[in-house]
Design a protein around this ligand. Structure first.
Ligand SMILES: *Cc1c(COP(=O)(O)O)cnc(C)c1O
Length: 403
């Protein structure tokens, strides 16, 4: 197998995907960021501070937990959960937010901006901004602010300003546009902490590298427990950061199969979904060339998912590449499958997953029963479900909870 760990190339290409499709005014900032990142990577003091804070502040390493009752219920492969839900702020997102704010500090930038969809990345960013005494502005679609009122309040408590974006669908895509506009205007003082393995180079690479620790830990932990590597890795894929974080350290392990699970929404034939590998096309969105959901004229289509964190029209370019070369497989789970999985994990293991994560859980329910009992699956438990209690209540119990 070719060495995939050297990707992307110097211009951010993963094969024919990725790149830097941005206005000229942003090229300077992106170049500056890429150069500073190269220096930071080579600086032991940077890695030492990152490691210290990941341990003391964020809560790494996270446990690799054998889900015994769930395994028994399914009657097939042993299932291990990589517990990113136990991290400070409740999801994997803080791995990247912390890494990037340390870069911002090196760049001498005191003002932090970010986009957020469900609010998890906004909360992670507001958290590290508070920790480092930075000014923080979070762009969020007005519609998402309404759906995720709890996270809006958390960001405000953390001292961030949450700016409502009312353009278009008033969700994540429009929030990214606004954050980009801010960055172009204030680039000298401001760092943009992008929240997934998306956008122009060097973001997909930087975000991946800061989440790579998930797979590095999981690989070591599963070797300790099982004395061998697992047969299968499973993770949900929005932009793709938690999935690439788990998968990357295993790319060279030929016997390890990897499956990314996209949001199937109401089903693929209905057209209301966010499964870019199911009927998407190659195009450019927000700085990168990748698979996206667009019409024949290149106009971005409306997407739908019960989980706001998977509800985005483009997938990270590195995933597009691995799908192309056949190294990683991609499938989807529908809203109703995710909601069933959400309930099952809560009731069998006492763990309420995020609705995003529930898509990965749903896929494990489909494949684990048919796998031999000696085999093992590692699934990335990317976040906890507290933020989704109101949404899940509405769907599962038919009850409206006002938060
Ligand atoms: C944001 C989020 C996701 C989706 O983002 P990726 O970049 O694809 O990981 C998945 N799970 C949780 C818990 C999230 O907060």
């Amino acid at each position: 197998m070719a060495d995939l760990t050297t990707l992307p190339d110097a211009h951010g290409h993963f094969g024919r995907f990725g790149g830097m499709f941005v206005p000229e005014t942003l090229m300077f900032a992106l170049k500056e960021l890429a150069d500073e990142y190269d220096r930071a990577k080579a600086d032991p003091a940077f890695q030492a501070e990152l490691d210290r804070l990941l341990g003391e502040y964020v809560g790494r390493p996270t446990p690799l937990y054998l889900a015994e009752r769930w395994t028994e219920k399914m009657g097939g492969a042993k299932v291990y959960l990589k517990r990113e839900d136990l991290l400070h702020t409740g999801a994997h997102k803080i791995n990247n937010a912390l890494g990037q704010i340390l870069l911002a500090k090196r760049l001498g930038k005191q003002r932090i901006i970010a986009e957020t969809g469900a609010g998890q990345h906004g909360v992670a960013t507001a958290t590290v901004a508070a920790r480092f005494g930075c000014e923080c502005v979070i762009y969020m679609g007005a519609e998402d602010m309404r759906r995720q009122a709890l996270n809006v309040a958390r960001m405000r408590f953390l001292g961030a300003e949450v700016r409502a974006v009312t353009a278009g669908q008033a969700t994540l895509k429009e929030a990214v546009n606004e954050a980009m506009r801010d960055w172009v205007t204030n680039v000298r003082t401001t760092h943009y902490i992008l929240g997934s393995a998306l956008g122009s180079h060097p973001f997909p690479m930087i975000v991946r590298d800061f989440h790579r620790v998930i797979g590095v830990e999981a690989r070591r932990q599963v070797l300790e427990r099982e004395g061998r590597l697992p047969e299968l890795l499973v993770a949900c894929v929005g932009g793709g950061s938690n999935a690439i974080g788990l998968f990357h350290a295993f790319l060279g392990d030929e016997g390890v199969r990897m499956i990314g699970v996209e949001a199937g929404g109401d089903g693929i034939t209905e057209g209301r979904h966010a499964a870019r590998f199911q009927g998407g096309r190659l195009g450019v969105l927000q700085g990168t060339k990748t698979w996206l959901l667009a019409d024949g004229d290149g106009q971005i289509q409306l997407t739908h998912s019960v989980s706001a964190g998977l509800d985005y029209a483009a997938v990270g370019p590195e995933h597009a590449y691995y799908q192309d070369i056949g190294r990683i497989e991609y499938t989807y789970a529908t809203d109703s499958e995710a909601l069933e999985a959400f309930q099952e994990l809560a009731q069998v293991e006492g763990i309420i997953p995020a609705l995003e994560t529930a898509h990965a859980i749903a896929h494990v329910r489909k494949v684990a029963p048919a796998m031999p009992k000696e085999s093992a699956i590692v699934v990335n438990l990317s976040g906890r479900g507290d933020k989704d209690v109101a949404e899940a209540s509405r769907h599962i119990l038919g009850e409206t909870i006002k938060l």
